[in-house]
Design a protein around this ligand. Structure first.
Ligand code: ATP
Length: 649
């Protein structure tokens, strides 16, 4: 990291106005980011890079954003890197002139193939220095690699990677290898990228920066820190809402880099059929009285909370139907039956829509809702209509877009009216989510029981008029969930990430007997421990998890894990899975680090008597329960009331 603190991409000698951005500018920015755990500093480093790119080579901005989030297109597109370790090892061996044996041996001690690639390249002398890598060039090769399929492509992939590595200098090899592994591991979350992008646009408005002779326009000058902070906060709120409606940088960035781009972004970036929207989520409650406290004077409605899988169904004007999950994964191939049913349940004159619903396993003969477990035994993709063994019915609860118009700024009662007017209840294909506009405690109690008896998880209680717009990607206080589990102790189950494990003893010899679980702190972008767990697992599960997690074992605790010195698991894992866990309650803990410093300067929050429920296959580690949610849960169990905070994006 020599002289890195003085590094500023704009003064990089190799990078002249109009020329492609050298990959080195990104690699150095990654080094700076990896070298700090301070989120504001991380954002500042990335902001500097983005400002420089806008001043010198704005055409490279979108690729740079994708490289920063380690993607090669919008996350819903399904294009993945994640190249297998053996191809990467071969490429490292070929590009550095080392043997495979040597690389394997090194990997055992160093534990990071990226570091091996970097150090091997540094010790290698070249007869002719290859031309410097550019962001465009690397991005193009990454895209080609991601597009290659089948066994025969393995060699071609390896050759492309070898070619890239041969041209690497300094830390470039490290980040190229990690990007290809699909794990950049520099502690940079997408939220920070979005904030850095917005800051760059505000500090150096793109429409003005191009005409600045030295490209160093800075609108912070002449403003106090507070004044600037409020400008940034407002801009970030707009850009994040715009991105949550249109989560595609290829569409967002061109709309941002025009004159007044940030100011007008909510008008220029609207929902589009065919582009999935990050769904609105609900806040947990401890029970009915808490709901009534929250909604006091507001009109609200109680809906059954179905236990299936979120399905966002899109129909575009040109007739294409697609289905996306809660995490914007494309599940169109999983549900040919829903696709076939669309024409049965849409009303006359419907040409495009985005429908929010729950896909639920369903027994059409007895008109019965089946459990989530039955639904999850359905294959994920590549199913044809005649292969379907588990029928699914769609329970529609919201309509976000119809015939070219976004509805998300309409109040919920209106959206529901439009939904009912344009979609027909069709047995076994589409049912409106069952609802009752009731507000009496006893009525709600009976309705909750009815929902549970009908194989539902509980109730969703939603505002109808005031404060009832659809808030993409937000866990909103205008949607509250009451689950049957809440009645038994903790507010809600939590979704946590196994980050370490202890070897089992006695009956559990040969498998991990206990795991260390962590929640995700989305402010600091790290994982903080919540509890040790050894209960709720069947013998088969213990065996299965030991096998599944074997490839994730790493040599040491990662720098994104906040763990107290008293906790020393036998092995550490990369964050890879999300587990749903239920506990008796939450307590202040001197050992665990979840939300450390929030309620007590030196103590965190822990789960007491945790029990494993299931794997959440639909969640990524960054979608785990957040540290601030843990704080809310802790407070809820104490004072039984909400802390009203708005949680963006
Ligand atoms: P969990 O599913 O464990 O409750 P989560 O974090 O995935 O947690 P929540 O926001 O807690 O999601 O709950 C909302 C989920 O409930 C939605 O994503 C959707 O899949 C499901 N759901 C079922 N019925 C409804 C409904 N009537 N309205 C909204 N969401 C519903």
């Amino acid at each position: 990291l020599t002289n890195l603190s003085k590094y500023h991409p704009i003064t990089d000698a190799q990078w002249k106005k109009g020329l492609p951005v050298p990959y080195m500018a990104l690699a150095k920015t990654f080094e700076l980011i990896e070298g700090t755990s301070r989120r504001l500093l991380i954002i500042e480093h990335l902001t500097n890079l983005f400002r420089s790119i806008m001043a010198l080579t704005p055409g490279d901005l979108i690729n740079t954003i994708y490289m920063s989030i380690n993607k090669i297109g919008p996350s819903y597109g399904g294009k993945e890197l994640g190249i297998g370790e053996s191809i990467l090892m071969k490429a490292v061996a070929e590009s550095t002139g080392r043997t495979m044996e040597f690389i394997k041996q090194e990997l055992k001690t160093v534990g990071d193939l990226g570091i091996i690639a970097q150090s091997s390249r540094m010790t290698q002398t070249m007869m002719f220095a290859p031309p410097p890598l550019t962001i465009q060039g690397v991005f193009k090769i990454f895209s080609q690699i991601a597009d290659m399929t089948g066994n025969s492509s393995q060699n071609k992939k390896k050759d492309l990677i070898t070619k890239l590595l041969v041209s690497c200098k300094e830390s470039e090899a490290l980040y190229i290898i990690r990007s290809l592994q699909g794990k950049l591991r520099i502690g940079l979350a997408e939220r920070s990228v979005l904030i850095a992008l917005t800051r760059a646009m505000v500090i150096s408005p793109p429409a003005l920066i191009a005409s600045e002779p030295n490209g160093k326009l800075d609108t912070r000058k002449g403003k106090t820190t507070e004044e600037f902070a409020s400008v940034i906060d407002a801009a970030v709120a707009k850009v994040t809402r715009a991105y949550s409606q249109l989560p595609n940088y290829d569409l967002l960035v061109p709309r941002l880099i025009v004159a007044d781009g940030v100011d007008t972004i909510l008008e220029t970036c609207r929902l589009m059929a065919g582009i999935p929207v990050k769904p609105m989520l609900a806040q947990p409650t401890t029970g009915i009285t808490q709901v009534l406290d929250r909604f006091q004077e507001m009109e609200f409605t109680c809906e059954f909370k179905y236990d299936g899988e979120r399905a966002q169904i899109h129909l575009t004007e040109d007739g294409k139907i697609s289905i996306y999950t809660r995490n914007l994964e494309d599940y169109t191939g999983k549900y040919p039956d829903i696709i076939a049913n669309v024409k049965r349940f849409i009303g006359e004159g419907v040409t495009s829509f985005i429908l929010d619903c729950e896909a639920v396993a369903y027994d059409p003969t007895n008109n019965k809702i089946l459990s989530f477990q039955i639904l999850s035994s359905r294959p994920r993709k590549g199913v044809s209509l005649d292969q379907i063994k588990i029928p699914v019915c769609v329970f529609a609860f919201d309509l976000l877009y119809l015939n070219g118009k976004s509805l998300i700024d309409e109040p919920f009662y209106k959206r529901r009216e439009v939904l009912y007017a344009n979609f027909k209840e069709t047995p076994g294909a589409l049912t409106y989510a069952k609802h009752a506009n009731i507000s009496d405690v006893n009525d709600i109690q009976l309705y909750l029981q009815e929902a549970i008896d009908g194989n539902c998880e509980g109730l969703m209680v939603k505002t109808l008029k005031e404060q009832s717009i659809y808030e993409p990607s937000k866990r909103s206080y205008n949607w509250l969930k009451i689950k049957k589990d809440y009645m038994a102790g903790m507010t809600d189950s939590v979704d946590v990430v196994p980050i370490g494990a202890w070897y089992g003893k006695g009956k559990r010899t040969g498998v991990y007997g206990a795991y260390l679980l962590a929640c995700y702190d989305d402010d600091n972008e790290d994982f903080q421990t919540l509890c040790k767990i050894g209960t709720g697992f069947s013998d088969e599960q213990l065996k299965e998890f030991t096998e599944i997690l074997a490839p994730q074992v790493t040599n040491s605790c990662k720098n994104t894990y906040i763990v107290s010195d008293n906790l020393k698991p036998d092995v550490w894992f990369n964050p890879s899975q999300v587990w749903e866990v239920l506990a008796a309650d939450l307590s202040i803990s001197p050992i665990h680090t979840a939300a450390v410093g929030v309620l007590d300067p030196n103590k965190g929050i822990a789960l007491r008597f945790p029990r494993f429920i299931q794997i959440r296959k639909d969640k990524n580690p960054e979608d785990a329960t957040t540290a601030s949610q843990i704080v809310d849960m802790y407070k809820n169990q104490k004072i039984n009331s909400f802390k009203m905070v708005d949680e963006d994006y």
